[in-house]
Design a protein around this ligand. Structure first.
Ligand code: C5P
Length: 218
């Protein structure tokens, strides 16, 4: 049976994660946070002294990741890393190794395995273009960089991490640039994606916009 997928792609801190979770909750569907897999690979590399320039070793780590997702928590090799993978240095490392074709290939089937009935909401950069190209609904969520930096700043502070708005803005721009210009699965909207700009929308309004599009299809 064909399992429907709602693909939600977009730049860093565009609100994809929260929106994906709420849409999935509303529909009673599973959710894939694909960025978490890149972050987990990054954390495992950092813990094992693998450099962010070592494609083969990073891919080997990605292929062998011992991860468990349950009740919103993420475990890596028996340790709860839910908070650790959200730290900024892990995100930056993740965006470097995400440029490697071998790393992306190693994570491909792991991502597709999240597809299960009654449906999957998948968030990332290439959900609609590479991982689930036949998804019946593809959303490309954007927001201006100031709005995204403010959201990320608030998020980090809520989690007890320190955060600085201007350095976050620089970080986001550098990460966006890397994601957009890489040759492997660059961050671009699929030709059939619907673009939603959430700069001036609340999370609830954005969730409703996605659900609205789905109700026209589903
Ligand atoms: O979405 P998040 O910020 O958690 O992702 C961390 C990094 O992983 C991103 O900056 C991006 O470079 C990479 N990523 C990716 N493809 C995905 C999800 C994330 O390249 N599908």
């Amino acid at each position: 049976q064909d399992v429907p997928v709602i693909a939600i792609d977009g730049p860093t801190a565009s609100g994809k994660g929260t929106v994906a979770q709420r849409v999935a909750q509303h529909l009673g569907w599973a959710v894939l946070d694909s960025g978490a897999l890149y972050r987990l690979t990054a954390l495992a590399c950092m813990q094992n002294g693998v450099a962010d320039s070592d494609e083969a070793e990073a891919a080997r780590i990605a292929a062998g990741l011992d991860v468990q997702f349950h009740n919103g928590a993420i475990w890596l090799g028996g340790h709860d890393v839910t908070a650790a993978i959200r730290e900024e240095p892990v995100g930056v490392f993740a965006s470097r190794i995400a440029a490697f074709g071998m790393v992306r290939q190693a994570l491909l089937e792991r991502q597709r395995a999240f597809r299960r009935l009654p449906g999957l909401v998948a968030d990332g950069r290439d959900m609609g273009t590479v991982v689930f190209p036949n998804a019946p609904l593809k959303i490309f969520l954007v927001a201006d960089v100031a709005a995204r930096a403010e959201r990320r700043c608030k998020q980090l502070k809520e989690k007890g991490f320190s955060a600085n708005l201007s350095s976050l803005m620089e970080d986001l721009q550098a990460r966006d640039e890397r994601d957009r210009t890489r040759s492997n699965a660059p961050l671009v909207p699929a030709p059939d994606a619907i673009i939603i700009d959430s700069s001036n929308l609340t999370i609830e309004e954005t969730v409703n916009a996605v659900l609205d599009h789905w109700s026209k299809i589903g």
